[in-house]
Design a protein around this ligand. Structure first.
Ligand code: SAM
Length: 394
């Protein structure tokens, strides 16, 4: 396709929801209109950076990995991730119009091993399993969140990255925890957007858990919109596929309010959520945590902790070199389990003590976690979301 043809197609397929560069000074959204689209454009920058941070934090290298971009829109993120190095990227979107745009962009940019499929949850049956799935901005729009997440779980081998508008009580960056109702959903019509469901963060975690995902990371974006006593804020979730939980533990989600106009949306939308696990949103106090990962600092802090709490049994998070350099200080009969994010280590035993995933550990009732891993900063972000009850972290 030459430049003139590309320009004609951009014109024919406009308006464009996202900014994509096709050639030197050739964009889906003309430069003189960028101001009008500044929210979408800055969101694209933000998402791109955030995903790179997540890949970094979770040691996800794109080579030889496949990715599904569910709700891909015009394909901007799929293209960016294919260029980033993912071996094969599949984008799926329910809108025919966005898929037409996506197919045009992929061919104009001569990107191979990038495929776009038009359809909703049902087309996932035709897609092969992938290593990583991104599902950004879709959960708020589907009437079948359970079905969607279960299908994504079936299709995903390692991690799901999901973002969603969430209801939070406080409009401050520090207080990130949301509506205190475990399973809150609000449904309403948003002008021009149709039926939209907003969830409390806990409701999203519960949905993920009931579909077999384990939330290991959350990040709340600073921007917020007021809504009937709550604020709507976008939240990114990273979830692992290795939880053994199944949906049978689940309970009813509560509907917070609906202002969707005449008629009962519960009937209209045949809302299929029967399941949700209520939990207390107890945050873990990490103010006095030893942040250093120097063995000599940890040795002192952990010996001190064990002396002050002679009756407590604890978990040790990490089984790598940092743990090895400290192992002689931990009496074996006080270690309840080892916690590992590395699933290849889970299921084994070390000196008879089981190595478990974070979510398995959270059900074992331990009272403290001694982190013996160089990834301590990342783990400290994970702990509050996995361990909903009180747990001490020296
Ligand atoms: C808010 S946009 C987000 C687009 C893109 N993921 C991003 O982050 O820029 C939501 C997208 O999901 C698509 N979508 C909504 N419901 C869907 C469903 N049930 N299945 C597939 N795509 C869906 C919409 O057509 C739209 O492109």
């Amino acid at each position: 396709m030459d430049r003139a043809e590309i320009e004609r197609e951009i014109e024919r397929l406009s308006p464009w929801p996202r900014l994509v560069q096709l050639a030197d000074k050739l964009y889906t959204i003309p430069q003189q209109e960028w101001n009008k689209h500044s929210n979408a454009i800055s969101h694209q920058h933000f998402v791109t950076q955030l995903l790179r941070d997540v890949f970094d934090d979770f040691d996800i290298t794109p080579d030889e990995k496949t990715l599904l971009d569910y709700g891909c829109n015009c394909g901007w993120l799929s293209m960016s991730l294919r260029r980033f190095g993912f071996e094969h990227v599949t984008g799926v979107d329910v809108s025919e119009r966005w898929i037409e745009q996506a197919n045009f962009l992929a061919s104009a940019c001569k990107l191979d091993r990038l495929h776009f499929i038009h359809g909703g949850e049902e087309v996932l049956d035709t897609v092969p399993q992938v290593d990583i799935t991104c599902c950004l901005g879709v959960l708020n729009h589907t009437c079948s969140p359970v079905l969607l997440l279960e299908k994504l779980r079936e299709k995903t081998k390692t991690k799901l990255i999901l973002d969603c508008n969430c209801l939070v009580k406080e409009n401050s960056v520090e207080v990130e925890e949301g509506a205190n109702d475990a399973g809150t959903i609000a449904a309403h019509f948003r002008k021009g957007r149709g039926l939209v469901f907003d969830y409390s963060k806990q409701a999203v975690r519960n949905l993920l858990l009931s579909a077999g995902f384990e939330t290991v990371y959350e990040r709340v974006l600073p921007v917020s919109l007021p809504r009937k006593g709550y604020y709507i804020r976008r939240v990114f979730f990273v979830a692992n596929c290795d939880t053994k939980t199944n949906s049978s533990d689940a309970l009813q989600l509560d509907i917070l309010y609906n202002d969707i106009g005449p008629g009962s949306y519960v009937q209209d939308a045949t809302f299929p959520i029967e399941k949700c696990i209520p939990r207390k949103n107890t945050m873990v106090d990490t103010r006095n945590v030893q942040l250093s990962t120097q063995p000599e600092h940890l040795r002192k802090a952990y010996l001190d902790f064990m002396k002050r709490n002679p009756d407590k049994r604890f978990y040790i998070w990490g089984t790598g070199s940092l743990y090895t350099s400290l192992q002689e200080i931990f009496p074996r009969d006080r270690i309840l389990a080892f916690i590992e994010n590395d699933t290849s280590k889970v299921g084994h035993k070390i000196e008879g003590i089981p190595v478990v995933t974070p979510i398995e550990a959270s059900r074992m009732g331990g009272e403290a976690i001694l982190v013996a891993s160089h990834a301590k900063k990342k783990i400290l972000k994970q702990i509050p979301y996995v361990f909903q009850g009180k747990v001490q972290i020296p």
